[in-house]
Design a protein around this ligand. Sequence first.
Ligand SMILES: O=C(CO)[C@H](O)COP(=O)(O)O
Length: 163
Amino acid sequence: MTTEETTMGLRLIVGADEAGVDYKDKVLADLRNDPRVSEVIDIGVNRTDAPNDFTRPYPYVGIAAGEMIRDGKADRAILFCGTGIGVAIAANKVEGIRAAAAHDSFSVERSILSNDCQVLTMGQRVVGVELARRLAKEWIGYTFDPSSASAGKVKVLTDFESC
Ligand SMILES: O=C(CO)[C@H](O)COP(=O)(O)O
């Protein structure tokens, strides 16, 4: 979390395609009860959506979340699809967004401390729901250190994008 996130609380997006909606809803409920989180924005899909919306494919979910972060409407996002890969690829298409699919504690930690990712993605068809819930909780507890040795490596990415 940045200093601002720490002071204000995290503004988080949760989202999923049809294959990830169950995990998205579980994590959403957890985050709504988490004192570190000031706002949770559910970008769907939701079981109550009209059929065309409920089957909204993963690229739309990942891009929508990335654009909201890029536009300052949220700090971070946790997204789900079948594997976590599709929503990560989609979010990474948005300039300035770093999204990682991660299903273990170490990778979840490093996605912040090494890579300053704003987006964590997981696959409902990959890990059990209790692990996904735990990893989401862990992930929001990490804060990137801009004075760390990792910062220069992240800067290579942001500099490349601004070329
Ligand atoms: O996991 C997905 C994309 O990475 C998605 O939930 C399912 O995609 P599909 O295998 O193309 O249906």
